[in-house]
Design a protein around this ligand. Structure first.
Ligand code: ADP
Ligand code: MG
Length: 272
């Protein structure tokens, strides 16, 4: 499994470090409603390049909507998001409106990788073809795309599964392929939305091990998870969301050991 000790994993760690340098993510006074339900309520968050931010919060607090907004899968109603000073999609402040062209949206989306709870591999494509799909679409020659895909598979401990079908893999293996696929576009920022929530308990750690390696790679990570121990270990910053707001923000020590907000304390008393 990934994270095993020895020379191979040291090579892997060095390889991770050669990823594209991490992007700085800025979320600026972002609000988003579905109908009359305000799901994001004036959210601001500053994520430094190469850092790891974990987002905690109860179901329905707006975590997925925030991640989806950072990848411009949702259009925000107010405020804006930038990566390294470049606008993500759409900006509205008061009466001022600025919107990127679709082509530019697509280009910038290649800077952000996303890993979902439900893996979302293409069932009709082999593991290798799942990984090369986006690079090929971006114009990378097949030979290069496949060589890089095999390298990524080795990093997630699945070099021997290149020709397998997704349905032949365990959930943990599928999720590791999904991470390799997200990395294939060499993202500046990787977003994880509850990456282990759909896994049997004994498969959680093989996926967390891969994310642990990534956390030292220089890629910026934003992770929604309920794995509190893991959060404490990898996070530079923990944001706690409640009712569409970031109500607490700080180091793991501050948020998990000395939370100041009653909702954070209540949440922690349930999950710890
Ligand atoms: P979390 O990830 O923290 O569980 P979400 O961001 O998924 O929260 O959802 C926040 C709230 O927004 C929930 O009440 C959810 O039902 C609602 N919501 C999310 N997406 C949509 C949508 N596309 N249409 C309507 N309501 C939505
Ligand atoms: Mg969610």
């Amino acid at each position: 499994p990934p994270g095993a000790s020895g020379a191979a994993s040291q090579d892997a760690a060095a390889s991770w470090a050669r990823q594209r340098v991490g992007g700085r993510v800025g979320v600026h006074n972002v609000s988003k409603s579905f109908g009359s339900h305000k799901v994001l309520d004036n959210v601001s968050l500053s994520v430094p390049s190469g850092s790891v931010t974990v987002i905690l919060g109860q179901s329905g607090s707006g975590k997925s909507t925030l991640l989806r907004s950072i990848n411009h899968l949702e259009r925000v109603d107010d405020g804006f998001i930038d990566i390294d000073g470049e606008l993500v999609g759409y900006r509205k402040e008061g009466r001022t409106l600025y919107e990127l062209k679709e082509k530019e949206v697509l280009r910038r989306r290649t800077e952000v990788g996303m890993v979902f709870q439900s893996f979302n591999l293409f069932p009709h494509l082999s593991v290798l073809d799942n990984i090369v799909e986006a690079p090929l679409a971006a114009g990378v020659p097949r030979e290069q795309a496949e060589a890089e895909a095999r390298e990524l598979l080795a990093r997630v401990g699945l070099a021997h599964k290149a020709q397998a079908w997704p349905r032949q893999l365990s959930g943990g293996q599928q999720q590791r392929v999904a991470i390799a696929r997200a990395l294939a576009i060499k993202p500046k920022v990787l977003l994880f939305d509850e990456p282990t929530s759909a896994l049997d308990p004994e498969l959680v750690n093989e996926v967390l091990d891969v994310i642990r390696q990534l956390a030292r790679s220089g890629t910026t990570l934003i992770i929604v998870t309920h794995e509190i121990g893991f959060a404490r270990e990898v996070a530079d910053t923990i944001a706690f969301m409640d009712g569409g707001k970031v109500v607490e923000l700080g180091t793991p020590e501050q948020v998990l050991v000395n939370p100041s907000h009653p909702r954070t304390r209540e949440f922690l008393s349930k999950v710890l």
